[in-house]
Design a protein around this ligand. Structure first.
Ligand code: NFS
Ligand code: SF4
Length: 626
């Protein structure tokens, strides 16, 4: 089909695609329809090797004549492919972090429009980075923090500083296994080297490097991104806002910011408030500038500024087919190449901004944090110029109130009250059984999956008194469904509801973008430190999941969660399933080594039963339940 009303049921998406402005436009919904729901079955199981030019080799486990020309077995190939996925994910989070650190250093030097907002966090991070914060002025301290952070990327030996934030017992496990990451870039490069043809060919040894690389993401790149962004743009506190396509406005210049790095989005938010710019928008007949997020850039400015989110990953094309978007500004990651093609049917301009990402058919306006406001204003003006060219518009009504902004620091305050900030009340409520445990629902949404897995799963978990944490596009989906509002507490089981209503907090806590999964690592560590729930993350009645994962980053996140002691459930497919040996390592042996493992599930009810069962087993082991 070329455009038209697709058969796929995709939330509010289908509603928009069936309206007049969207006719003749082809989107991923149509492409899924055309190609069928089944991806390449052979590649999917992880045993297709293209690592050298004697191949590609299709490898079938247990069939002697179906090993690689070089002799590579299914487990080696599956482990190599898996490790390369982890490396790509780690590289993505960490290259984003690098950009953040560079902007941070420039900010410390007074060369950007940003500021050092959270000085308390600056001092705490300085201490973790081995810098004595005493008697240094803020700019000087920020510069040292920035430079030490930058050195984490190129470090060759020793260990990443933030590794020391993990529970003592976990650090000892890592030491003993030899998986303590040395430098962020080194682990990515070494993973690429070891998975080249003819290098590392023991699947367990490859998986160990995949863990070290992933840890360089979770406790390295991602954590640096989160913490330095918080220092520069403010550590999130609970904030009310709105999500879904209905946040686009008929009478305003709509600019959607899409991608991952908040440096550009923050500058756009400043530019959109500039009275001069607003006056220019009024001159063309608009009431002002309406900024709305897509994907994780959206989550970043939602968390810190309460700027609405127009959509998650699966809604990026649909946002354009409303005909109401003047400019879609993108930086890096999860940006679909189809956007400029769709924009051609409308008055919309797709603007790429990162020197690492251009798209044929888009306008490239290079972003530079030194000239952040200037570039941002230029972009906003381009959008204003498009407004008079708008054609037919269809903006759906759907939008939902949400409360977001749950950094691990605010969970501390919410649970403990401002004057006795501590995780003790949370731990106490887990110990006394009002809260059964904690689950994280993270990661992408995905055109191959039509069901609302995230939503069904979250409802099931909270009904069973499991407190849910969420990040990424999963968080946007849960927001659309109303689960990020305090009123949703009524869907919780009795114990959880009691706790939530006492503090007026939603049953699902939005903790931010995907790099902010590092907040979950710290929250888990705080729970361990607070006491009563064991000595390590692997003792906690806690588990994560990514039921609709699509990006390589999600696998890096899963691997660092598991290596940190938190089991995860992924689905509906998993990238090693064509090798039993490799899959057994991730699904069984990792449990013996790290005290946590991967699980695979398809439907919401399967996710729920695995997760609740795991939480119950951990409670039992802690002696909380019989
Ligand atoms: Ni995470 Fe966020 Fe969304 Fe998936 Fe992409 S935007 S970084 S990768 S699709 S959750
Ligand atoms: Fe085939 Fe081995 Fe080359 Fe892979 S590395 S393509 S298995 S010969």
């Amino acid at each position: 089909s070329n455009g038209g009303c697709p058969s796929i049921q995709c939330l509010v998406n289908r509603e928009v695609l069936c309206q007049e402005p969207a006719q003749g436009v082809t989107t991923a919904a149509h492409r899924v329809e055309k190609r069928g729901a089944t991806p390449c079955l052979f590649g999917q199981g992880g045993t297709c090797c293209r690592n050298c030019n004697m191949g590609p080799c299709q490898i079938i486990e247990g069939v002697e004549e179906m090993i690689g020309i070089c002799g590579a077995t299914a487990s080696t190939v599956a482990a190599r492919n898996f490790a390369r996925i982890v490396a790509a994910g780690t590289a993505s989070h960490s290259d984003h972090a690098r950009e953040t650190v560079l902007a941070f250093i420039a900010t410390a030097k007074g060369e950007t429009p940003y500021e050092i907002k959270d000085t308390l966090k600056l001092r705490r991070m300085a201490a973790w980075l081995g810098i004595d914060p005493a008697e240094k002025d803020i700019q000087q301290l920020a510069l040292e923090v920035g430079e030490t952070a930058l050195a984490e990327f190129g470090k060759q030996e020793g260990s990443l500083h933030f590794i020391r934030r993990a529970p003592q017992k976990r650090q000892e496990i890592w030491q003993e296994l030899g998986v303590v990451p040395r430098g962020i870039d080194r682990e990515v490069v070494e993973t690429m080297h070891r998975t080249h043809m003819g290098v590392d060919q023991d699947f367990r040894h490859i998986f160990r490097q995949a863990a070290r690389c992933a840890l360089a993401d979770g406790w390295g790149g991602s954590m640096l991104a989160t913490e330095l962004q918080d220092i520069m743009f403010g550590t999130p506190v609970p904030i009310r806002t709105v999500v879904n396509l209905g946040v686009l406005k008929e009478d305003m210049v709509n600019i959607t910011v899409h991608g991952h790095e908040p440096v550009l989005a923050e500058a756009l938010a400043m530019a959109a408030q500039d009275p001069e710019i607003i006056a220019e928008a009024k001159k063309v007949g608009a009431k002002g500038i309406n900024l709305a997020g897509i994907c994780c850039t959206g989550n970043e400015i939602l968390m810190r500024r309460g700027i609405p989110i127009a959509g998650s990953f699966v809604q990026q094309e649909i946002a354009l087919t409303t005909g109401a978007v003047e400019a879609m500004v993108v930086d890096v990651q999860c940006v679909m190449q189809s956007l400029p093609e769709i924009a051609r049917c409308f008055h919309t301009e797709v603007i790429t901004t990162s020197d690492r990402a251009e798209i044929v058919g888009a306008t490239h306006v290079p972003f530079d944090h030194h000239r952040a406001l200037e570039v941002a204003k230029d972009i906003v003006r381009r959008a204003i110029a498009r407004f008079p060219k708008r054609g037919k518009v269809y903006i759906p009504k759907a939008k939902m109130d949400v409360v977001a902004g749950f950094s691990h620091e605010t969970i501390l305050y919410i649970q403990g009250g401002r004057f006795r900030a501590s995780y003790k009340p949370l731990n106490d409520n887990i110990i006394n059984g009002r809260i059964l445990g904690v689950a994280a629902i993270v990661g992408c949404d995905n055109f191959r999956i039509q069901d609302e897995v995230h939503v069904e799963l979250a409802k099931e978990l909270i009904a069973n008194n499991v407190l849910v944490l969420t990040t990424g596009c999963a968080a946007t989906g849960l927001g659309r469904a109303g689960l990020l509002s305090p009123e949703a507490a009524e869907l919780a089981g009795e114990g959880l509801r009691e706790v939530l209503e006492a503090v007026g907090c939603p049953p699902v806590l939005h903790m931010g973008s995907c790099v902010d999964n590092s907040r979950i690592l710290i929250a888990a560590t705080e729970m361990v430190r607070t006491g009563g729930l064991g000595e390590d993350i692997s003792d906690l009645p806690a588990i994560g999941c990514a039921p609709q994962w699509m990006s390589e980053k999600a696998i890096a996140i899963g691997q660092y969660f598991v290596a940190s002691g938190a089991s995860v459930v992924f689905g509906p497919t998993f990238p090693t399933t064509k090798s039993q040996e490799a899959t057994d390592h991730l699904f069984k042996e990792m449990e013996e080594i790290y005290g946590a493992r991967w699980f695979l599930a398809k439907e919401a009810k399967d996710f729920a039963s695995i997760m609740i069962d795991q939480i119950r087993q951990k409670r039992k082991a802690l002696g909380l339940d019989k």
